[in-house]
Design a protein around this ligand. Structure first.
Ligand code: ATP
Ligand code: MG
Length: 410
């Protein structure tokens, strides 16, 4: 079965409303094995909407619209569907009663406009709106399924889950599901990672692997199509095992896991302290998003100015003058000193040039040093990040957390 999604609304075309309905519906349809071939966005214009519905139903078995079912003048979905179906709109008393009840429970008199929502094209199945007034519709047109759902996600989602999933399940000829698992990496660029696992990216058939890059993060998405969820999970597990054999250390987590969450989970009884210059507290902020981190994170200092590096971290003025704040030596001393001051097991430091100003010939924008001090040893890594100021800050926090993760894994 092939499906298309038509999101309706000029505000979506203008970019004022983000079309989250289409992404939600695509994900859900994939889960029940229905392929989505097109996303269409149509403005609040009846002729163009009719054309979009016709085109979708000519190409595919199912067209799902969202939006434009409201009571106002610009809500034209109902009329467009009736026109394409060549059916008159019939007033349904039962729907009027439901809408009246909706307003009564809110102590509001039903506005006259809302009567418009009680009309349905002759022969259509209508669906009760559990959280609003506009009913949904299922209409057979050209022997295909046209499904119309309200625009607001809090109305659309419950309606889709309660009525549409069971409705579509019945028509699935060959039952199959599509499941995905995302393996998350940081530290390598997309092309570096690509080279390590190129063979997997060439997989074709029921299990495939895709690569998706974001700043400081490259995801590998394993997707399997199978007869049932257990089989799909098994197929995913086999490929995941093979990928992990090659690059296990690079994978910090899967699916919704965040790097800071993984790091916090690895911390055990170890204590840490952080001295942040160019990250301005970002690493501490990310770690303190994780509940329970207070047992590990003893001290966090934002030592952005030279004076704070001297006065709060006891960095000697001579060293600062000789090497400059952005240097291996200062990163090392910041990490060592914060660890000693906090009496923690581990000390982390960042110092760098986030730009757009502050660069010199020898110290370009994106030059960052990250220190990790453990008492036994102090590691300082040098990075040359690219991007805007906020991206360089994020990349630095990502690299520091990943250094910590790899240390804790040992
Ligand atoms: P209403 O009865 O609220 O008018 P409706 O079915 O007519 O509902 P629209 O008027 O098209 O729907 O949209 C109402 C609101 O729903 C929008 O302002 C927007 O917040 C949200 N919405 C509509 N379409 C989408 C979409 N594709 N993705 C996310 N949100 C949407
Ligand atoms: Mg509306």
């Amino acid at each position: 079965m092939k499906a298309e999604i038509i999101s309706i609304g000029t505000e979506i075309l203008l970019g004022q409303t983000l079309d989250t309905n289409s992404s939600y519906l695509s994900r859900k349809l994939a889960e029940i094995g229905i392929d989505v071939h097109y996303h269409i966005t149509a403005g609040d214009n009846k002729n163009r909407l009719c054309d979009s519905i016709k085109a979708a139903l000519q190409r595919s078995d199912i067209a799902i619209t969202t939006g434009g079912l409201g009571p106002t003048i610009d809500d034209i979905t109902l009329n467009a569907i009736a026109e394409v179906a060549e059916k008159p709109l019939i007033l349904k008393k039962e729907i009027i009663r439901l809408i009246e009840h909706h307003f009564k429970t809110r102590s509001i008199k039903m506005p006259k406009n809302n009567i418009k929502q009680a009309y349905v094209p002759k022969g259509a199945i209508w669906l009760k709106n559990l959280t609003g007034t506009a009913p949904g519709l299922i209409v057979e047109i050209y022997k295909k399924h046209l499904i119309a759902l309200p625009g607001p996600p809090r109305e659309m989602i419950p309606m889709f889950e309660k009525y549409i999933i069971p409705y579509l399940e019945k028509f699935r000829v060959k039952k199959s599901v599509i499941l995905s698992r995302t393996l998350k990496t940081t530290g390598l660029s997309e092309s570096q990672l690509h080279n390590k696992i190129a063979a997997f990216l060439r997989l074709s058939g029921s299990t495939t692997v895709g690569i998706y890059a974001r700043p400081s993060q490259v995801d590998l998405k394993i997707t399997a199509k199978a007869a049932d969820p257990a089989l799909a999970k098994k197929q995913i597990g086999i490929i995941e095992g093979k990928i992990r054999k090659k690059i296990n250390k690079l994978i910090y987590g899967a699916d919704d896991q965040k790097l800071e969450q993984v790091v916090a989970g690895l911390m055990g009884p170890s204590t840490i302290s952080i001295a942040e210059s160019c990250t301005g507290g970002l690493i501490s902020s990310r770690l303190t998003d994780i509940p329970g981190i207070s047992k590990n994170l003893l001290f966090s200092i934002i030592a952005y100015s030279d004076r704070s590096k001297k006065e709060l971290l006891s960095i000697s003025p001579g060293l600062l003058k000789r090497h400059g704040a952005v240097s291996t030596v200062i990163a090392r001393h910041m990490a060592d000193n914060i660890r000693r001051i906090a009496k923690s097991d581990i000390g982390i430091s960042t110092t760098g040039i986030a730009g757009p100003a502050g660069a010199t010939h020898k110290k370009p924008i994106g030059l960052v040093y990250i220190g990790l001090s453990t008492g036994k040893q102090t590691i300082v890594r040098k990075f040359n990040f690219t991007g805007s100021r906020d991206i360089i800050k994020f990349r630095t926090s990502q690299a520091a957390l990943d250094m910590l993760r790899k240390f804790l894994l040992k």
